[in-house]
Write a protein that binds this ligand. Structure first.
Ligand SMILES: Nc1ncnc2c1ncn2[C@@H]1O[C@H](COP(=O)(O)OP(=O)(O)O)[C@@H](O)[C@H]1O
Ligand SMILES: Nc1ccn([C@@H]2O[C@H](COP(=O)(O)O)[C@@H](O)[C@H]2O)c(=O)n1
Length: 553
């Protein structure tokens, strides 16, 4: 990769840049189960670090450049009055909860996450600033990605150099920028990524990787965060942390000795040979790319607060009133071909009569629901291609020309909680079927679905998915669940949505957003009411099945 600066650079990491290939393969091969709980999230407010007092060399103004006019410096008074009640705070509390709100529009199309790049010298406070932005944002779907994760895998010779503090970890050649760009791009596309975990003591990547998925905001920090043009163009906001060099050296000494297993002499040797020249040559000049310069790092609360406010504004501009739009969309059009409605036979109507009757006792409700569930699952199964011709021999010794299902890999994914009631039926008809779970709940303030929890098989992209939810009203939750599956690279054609009862809008909204998803249901009701409940409907399926009290009525 070509460098960005024209003068002769300080000596490169090493001519031997082994490991690039391994790194790419690691990302593709070592997939692990995704859990949105693994995301970096909002943390309880941590105690404020002791104030270091005014910086000896920088003025008391925070230097902010608005994204529009990069050259113009906006002055902010950086008095240490930490405002935990920013203007947006009140509004944001009602808008965001612990769940992830929709990250796509009514057509199911992705809205890219907002990416903040944080650059600055080693020990300038990049990570501290990034964590404080996360804390200030106070939303759980923020991911912190560090350039450190992308240090290349060293050869044995390079390891020996590193042990003598003679390997240049501050040169661009030390990083796999191709993998950085690839990873950031995938995160921007809403896809799941596996990020290497770097160990500063051993100078090696751990064997495990960290799964990242589900970010509406990504913070990418590193000493050379602004170095690669390919990475730079993926950053929506660029922040440079500008901390005095003496402070950086002192913090680095303390940190490297306390946390990275280093000796005083070694840290100083590495600092003067590599760290300082790289700062002067690569890092400091990259400040020109910054939209915002934060003097004094993590203690500059005014700057951090302003960054967080700017990000919140961006997020609110991207926000959608999905459920409302979905409830009023796609009326009066012909039913899509992707809908597979079970014939309304007397048997089906008889079962519906039981489960729709508000006076049906719980045991009967469960019994008849289970029968209906079994029928819908069996029907969904008949829609899969049984294209494989097989001949078996009957006990009479006569060959039987039969068929076998072409898709061996089928995985059930239930949308919790009502979808869980359908898992047993799937397990009864498909031996060894795997089951994933997605917890989506409605935010009672906004009416929007929010993603809370996700547990899917690691190789889910290779499966045909039976996505299960007992009822589908506007289709908002099902659309979110389908979006999650697509983000995990499941193909749209490989998804069958199975439900007992849907509405016309629900069917149309799903078919409009994802025309290739098979929709299988036993009945379609005309509409939803003002609370987005199905009319005439069956009430809250989960509450009736599990015998719980309605939570929102
Ligand atoms: N404002 C501050 N005052 C005192 N120590 C700090 C401050 N900011 C960061 N540190 C410490 O300095 C070290 C480097 O900070 P960090 O945020 O990890 O920097 P970077 O990510 O730029 O290397 C850490 O040990 C951290 O605890
Ligand atoms: N094995 C390694 C890898 C990197 N370094 C140093 O870490 C610095 C970058 O990390 P920050 O958290 O300080 O941004 C960089 O300056 C490298 O010199 C190392 O010492 N050993």
């Amino acid at each position: 990769m070509s460098g960005r600066f024209k003068q002769d650079p300080p000596s490169s990491a090493s001519s031997d840049s082994g490991g690039e290939e391994t790194a790419t393969r690691q990302m593709e091969d070592e997939e692990s189960t995704t859990d949105i709980g693994e995301m970096e999230g909002s943390h309880p407010t941590s105690p404020r670090p002791p104030s270091a007092g005014p910086h000896p060399q920088t003025p008391t103004q925070g230097a902010l450049r608005s994204p529009r006019s990069r050259r113009q410096r906006t002055t902010s008074q950086s008095q240490p009055s930490r405002s935990r009640e920013p203007i947006l705070r009140g509004r944001r509390r009602t808008i965001y909860t612990a769940g992830r709100p929709p990250w796509y529009d009514c057509q199911g199309q992705l809205v890219e996450p907002f990416v903040i790049g944080v650059c600055g010298g080693s020990a300038s406070g990049k990570t501290t600033v990034a964590r404080k932005i996360i804390e200030e944002l106070d939303v759980p779907w923020v991911t912190l990605l560090s350039l450190d994760s992308f240090y290349k895998v060293l050869s044995e010779k390079q390891h020996e150099e590193a042990a003598r503090n003679e390997y240049n970890f501050d040169h661009p050649d030390a990083f796999d920028f191709e993998l950085v760009a690839k990873t950031l791009l995938r995160l921007k596309e809403g896809k799941k990524v596996e990020v290497p975990i770097y160990n500063f003591v051993t100078h090696r990547r751990e064997t495990k990787t960290k799964t990242m998925y589900g970010a509406n905001v990504i913070i990418f920090e590193g000493i050379l965060a602004f170095y690669s043009p390919d990475v730079l163009k993926l950053l929506d906001m660029k922040v440079f942390v500008d901390t005095d060099s003496d402070e950086r050296l002192v913090r680095r000494l303390q940190r490297d000795i306390a946390e990275r297993g280093r000796e005083l002499d070694g840290v100083l040797k590495q600092y003067f040979k590599f760290v300082k020249p790289a700062f002067d040559y690569y890092i400091a000049p990259s400040m020109v790319h910054a939209d915002i310069i934060v003097p004094r790092g993590g203690e500059n609360e005014v700057a951090i607060n302003l960054i967080a406010q700017n990000v919140m504004t961006q997020l609110q501009q991207r926000g959608f009133k999905l459920r409302e739009k979905l409830a009023n969309a796609n009326f009066g059009i012909a039913r899509p071909n992707s809908l597979h409605l079970l014939p309304s036979t007397p048997q089906i109507r008889g079962l519906h009569t039981f489960i729709r009757n508000k006076d049906t006792p719980r045991d009967e409700f469960i019994f008849y629901s289970k029968r209906l569930i079994r029928l819908v699952i069996e029907h969904a199964l008949t829609l899969l291609p049984f294209t494989q011709d097989v001949t078996v021999e009957t006990p009479q010794g006569i060959p039987y020309e039969g068929k076998r299902i072409a898709t061996e890999k089928i995985c059930g994914v239930s949308i919790l909680r009502a979808g869980e009631t359908m898992e047993n039926a799937l397990c009864e008809v498909l031996k060894d079927v795997r089951i994933g779970k997605i917890l989506i709940q409605t935010n009672l303030d906004t009416g929007e679905p929010e993603l809370y929890y996700l547990r899917l098989p690691k190789d889910i992209k290779d499966y045909h998915i039976f996505l299960m939810d007992a009822t589908v009203a506007t289709g908002a939750a099902a659309i979110m669940a389908i979006r999650v599956l697509l983000d995990h690279e499941v193909t749209e054609e490989h998804i069958s949505l199975c439900s007992l009862l849907m509405t016309e809008q629900g069917v149309h909204n799903i078919a409009y957003a994802f025309p290739k998803v098979r929709i299988v249901t036993t009945a379609v009701d005309p509409c939803v009411n003002e609370k987005f409940y199905i009319v005439p409907g069956i009430g809250n399926f989960g509450d009736r099945y599990f015998g719980t009290e309605p939570s929102d009525q």
